[in-house]
Structure formats: C-alpha cells, structure tokens
Design a protein around this ligand. Structure first.
Ligand code: KIV
Length: 266
C-alpha cells in the first residue's frame, strides 16, 4: 500500500467524500499499531507534553521534544501521512518558522506541519507553503494560547467570535493550508465552515459534520487522565488492563510462580 499523499487528503473532500481518520501517536510501538489499523493521518501532536511528558499544558513542549517524537513515529509509519505540530514559540517569526518546519520535515520524517491560530500565522503559512512545506491549520480552541481564550473552553459561541473563526478559516485556506483542525466549536459553526471551505476540515469536539475527525490516542484508549472531555469516546480501558497485568506479574513474582522452569534456559 502506498503512503497517503496530501492530494489524497484534499481529494477526499473534492471527489469521494470519504471521512478522514486522524489519530495522534508519539512513539514507535503505538505509531506502528495506529498505522497498521489503517488511519489516514498520524498527528504527532504537542499534546505529547501532557500525554507522555507529564506537563499540565502543551506550552512547555520544545522543538527538541517534537524532533525526538517525530523521528520515532516516522520510523514506524509506512502508510499514513505524518503531520507534526510546531510547538509554542517555534513559529513566531517567518524565519524561525521556516527553519523549524524544515527540521521537522527534512530531518525527522514529517510530511507536513500544523500551526495553531488564525490571522497571526498567515505570513508564516504563506512562507511555508511557498517553500514547499505542506501546512495544516488549527482554529477554535487552540491549546497553546488557551490562557488567552479563558481556558479550555468552547469557542465561537457568540456571533462575533463565530464570524471571526469563519474569516480565520477562510484566510488560512487562501494562505494555502491543505486542511484545517476545528477544535471545540459548536457543531453548527463547524458545519458552516466545512461547507464554505474547499479544503477538508478535521474536527475534535466540533460535531459530526467535519470532513474528518481527530482524537488523542491515549484518550480514546482509556489511559487515565484528570479530565475526560465530553467529545472523547473511549474505545478501550487500557489503564485498567495495564494495571491488572502488572499486578498479576507482581503477584506471580512474589509467589514464586514466575518464571517456571519452562520459561528458563536448561
Ligand atoms: O496536539 C494535539 O494532539 C492536537 C490535536 C488535539 C488536534 O493538536
């Protein structure tokens, strides 16, 4: 099976209407499983900061963290398109954006980068697209600037904010993004944006009308976390499975049940 290309993602909306499946992954073993299961896009999200590094936001995540995780994921993925998040502070000037995106794409194996925000990233998006780096946009609740948005809250509920988000999504499309994440906005607003744009929208907490969906892998697999947002559906309860397995192993070691002679070299 060939690796999915940017054009295949755009064609999903323009030609066949098949929903785009996106899931995060941050390391080799999970990226391998996610790819094997047949998702279209693996997102190495800066959610790595909360999921794998123990931070309470995405803000402390550095380029060094992202490069390390993108490299591990790209060694595992054979089929899906790999999108890497640009972390906080890595795209605040055009020059810095180009340098850092090239490190993610050229040195680490990402196929595209994702930037959060609307009007303040337009120059960066244009420069990236102009230099051949595919870009995914991200508007609505943007975790890197959550404190400016009043916390992790649904955005675009009042008419002015909704209009601003529509305009930002359109401006990002004009700037050249190949798709756009809509995070935590009302379902009716994401339906409106999805209808207006020619590029695919990828929703998270944005209702059923987007052209694709993304979730944080550890949320949908049921790894323990302090919050479970309303939009997360759990497809497994892996925290419980893992703790049960480790308890059983500990019990077996303590009781002398493991290892047996069959599990030993003679
Ligand atoms: O970092 C991330 O995982 C993301 C998704 C939640 C869209 O940006």
């Amino acid at each position: 099976m060939n690796q999915i290309a940017i054009k295949d993602i755009i064609d999903r909306k323009r030609k066949n209407g098949k929903k785009i499946v996106v899931l995060t992954a941050y390391d080799f073993p999970f990226a391998k499983l996610v790819d094997q299961a047949g998702v279209d896009i693996v997102l190495v999200g800066d959610s790595v900061g909360m999921v794998c590094l123990g931070y309470d936001s995405t803000v402390p995540v550095t380029m060094r963290d992202m490069l390390y995780h993108v490299k591990a994921v790209s060694r595992a993925v054979k089929h899906a398109l790999i999108v890497a998040d640009m972390p906080f502070g890595s795209y605040d000037t055009v020059e810095r954006t180009l340098r850092n995106a090239k490190r993610l794409i050229q040195q680490s194996g990402a196929n595209a980068v994702k930037l959060e925000g609307g009007s303040f990233v337009l120059d960066q998006v244009k420069a990236l697209v102009g230099s051949g780096c595919p870009v995914m946009g991200h508007v609505g609740m943007t975790p890197q600037t959550a404190s400016q948005l009043g916390g992790y809250k649904v955005q675009g509920r009042n008419p002015e904010d909704a209009e601003r988000l529509v305009k930002e999504a359109q401006a990002l499309e004009r700037a050249g993004v190949f798709s756009i994440v809509l995070e935590c906005i009302p379902a009716s607003l994401s339906e409106q944006i999805t209808k207006i744009l020619k590029i695919p929208t990828i929703g998270i907490g944005a209702g059923p009308s987007t052209d694709g969906q993304v979730l944080v892998l550890h949320d949908m697999l049921g790894f323990e976390s302090s919050v479970k947002p309303r939009f997360v559906r759990r497809y497994a309860e892996l925290s419980n499975t893992v703790v049960d397995a480790i308890r059983k192993y500990s019990e077996d070691v303590r009781d002398g049940e493991y290892p047996t002679l069959d599990e030993s070299f003679q």
